[in-house]
Design a protein around this ligand. Structure first.
Ligand SMILES: Cc1cc2nc3c(=O)[nH]c(=O)nc-3n(C[C@H](O)[C@H](O)[C@H](O)COP(=O)(O)OP(=O)(O)OC[C@H]3O[C@@H](n4cnc5c(N)ncnc54)[C@H](O)[C@@H]3O)c2cc1C
Length: 444
């Protein structure tokens, strides 16, 4: 009998398991795949002869729950994550001209104000519009609610097209994984508050130096096993067993039954609905979950003979479908041999059905368009499409996300998409896992 069982071994499930194990509970975690990690994972890629991430993952200094999880499993973020000292972002325009944002070592939010004022590559009219938005955020205008789109909100704040294209829109695509025309301004505000209005450290960006599975997954599994909890990899759950509105366990795809009086599901929305017995689908909470849509991310990995932006870990591309480019070799401290480049397309609905060859051509075309003075040779290319990378944060959809406490007794919901107050990110996943664990402990 597994008294506390967790279904799903992504960040949310692992964070819940680590938290409960740390509190002295024995946990059984059931993960469908052989390695776990879910949407934050890496794998051995034979074409590249190395580990590749399923997609470049960024974090910010304000990822408190993620950093706590990493500390708990002994992952030592100071050695495994390349963190900027202060927020610094370089945006490149077609032809190679740059817009640079460097935030100085001042307390938040002055660091951002000073960074925006000193931004190079944009005129003072546009900087003034960003500054005005900053001032208005401090309670001078009505805060956005979840029905307002980012686009409508930026228009309300009088943001110029230029400051939108070099600052706001790249930030929105990156954090909300969706088009500013549809995504929720309230969700954006949640990120702004944590990243820019807390401490200066909150806004600095972090990039893992080591493969994602090594950083987040393998250590967590080792930690759990060494503390007496059990991790069952390659063991998909099939259906939850619910009797008199109380969970009693679940069946596995293998046909076995796992008995448990407390179950945390830490799977994406579609997987939770698959686990749910048919007679529970009509409950309003589960009915709303069905309404949540998803947004894809496409990552293009390429070996190139030299970096298009030498000396920099990453750049953003203004008005390009390739939102960001990362020099993984630079981030990992590898200065010899071929350069491993990553190009990320967020909210990639328009590209997710494209062939590998057309995406490879897109990469070649954009490299020529943005870095015409640094021609380079492209060698191996790998395209990774995550069709359901995150839920869509379209305006007006937040209230469909469920609370951690489900309508079924003993059943708790975790995952980046539950109601954490944050967009679906690693941080939201870690927070959801910690929240579910705290609720379970409070009830035991
Ligand atoms: C390409 C890409 C780039 C991203 N970039 C960033 C970024 O830069 N910064 C950031 O913060 N976030 C980023 N994200 C989002 C981040 O990856 C997710 O928010 C996070 O990984 C979600 O974790 P989770 O545990 O909630 O869900 P998942 O990772 O989906 O984990 C769910 C787990 O449940 C398992 N499972 C499903 N069904 C069953 C079943 N029936 N039985 C047992 N197990 C089951 C799955 O195999 C999976 O391991 C990105 C996502 C993608 C795809």
């Amino acid at each position: 009998m597994a008294s506390i069982a967790i279904i799903g071994g992504g960040i949310a499930g692992l964070a819940a398991a680590v938290s409960l194990t740390n509190a002295g509970q024995k946990v059984h975690l059931y993960e469908a795949t052989k390695a776990g990690g879910g949407r934050t994972r890496s794998y051995r890629d034979n074409l590249f002869g190395r580990e590749l991430d399923n997609g470049q993952h960024l974090m910010m200094g304000c990822y408190r729950e993620t950093l706590a999880f990493l500390q708990a499993i002994g992952a030592k973020p100071e050695h495994t994550i390349f963190f900027q000292r202060n927020l610094a972002v370089d945006m490149v325009r077609e032809g190679g001209r740059e817009v640079t944002l460097r935030c100085p070592a001042l307390p938040a939010p002055l660091h951002l104000a000073a960074g925006l004022l000193a931004m190079r590559g944009v005129g003072s009219l546009h900087k003034a519009s960003a500054m005005r938005a900053g001032l208005m955020l401090r309670n001078e205008v009505r805060r956005p609610d979840d029905n307002e789109t980012c686009d409508a909100w930026l228009r309300r704040l009088g943001q110029t097209n230029t400051i939108r294209s070099v600052f706001w829109e790249p930030f929105i695509w990156a954090t909300l994984n969706d088009d500013p025309l549809v995504s929720s301004a309230a969700m954006l505000m949640a990120v702004i508050e944590r990243a820019f209005l807390g401490t200066r450290d909150g806004s600095r960006l972090g990039m893992p130096i080591i493969p994602l599975s090594k950083l987040y997954v393998e250590r967590a599994i080792e930690f759990l096993r060494s503390r007496g909890s059990e991790v069952h990899l390659g063991t998909p759950a099939r259906k939850l067993c619910i009797s008199n509105n109380r969970v009693t366990g679940f069946t596995l795809k293998s046909g076995e039954t796992v008995e448990a009086d407390t179950v945390i599901t830490a799977v994406p929305p579609h997987a939770l609905l698959d686990l749910l017995p048919d007679n529970h689908h009509s409950h309003p909470v589960f009915h709303d979950i069905r309404r949540l849509k998803t947004a894809p991310i496409v990552n293009i990995w390429a070996h190139v003979d030299r970096s298009p932006f030498p000396g920099k870990p990453f750049v953003g591309l203004v008005h390009s479908p390739l939102h960001w480019m990362f020099d993984r070799s630079h981030i990992e401290g590898e200065r010899t041999g071929k350069v491993l480049l990553n190009a990320t397309i967020s909210g990639a609905r328009a590209f997710v059905e494209d062939s590998q060859s057309s995406l490879q051509q897109l990469l070649a075309d954009e490299l020529k368009r943005f870095f015409p003075h640094r021609p380079l040779a492209i060698h191996e290319v790998r395209v990774i499409k995550e069709k359901r990378a995150t839920i869509s944060h379209a305006a007006g959809t937040y209230h469909w996300r469920p609370e951690a406490r489900s309508p079924v007794n003993g059943l708790w919901l975790a995952g980046d998409w539950v109601r954490t107050g944050l967009p679906a990110t690693i941080e939201s996943a870690a927070q959801s896992g910690h929240d579910a664990a705290s609720l379970v402990l409070a009830e035991s």
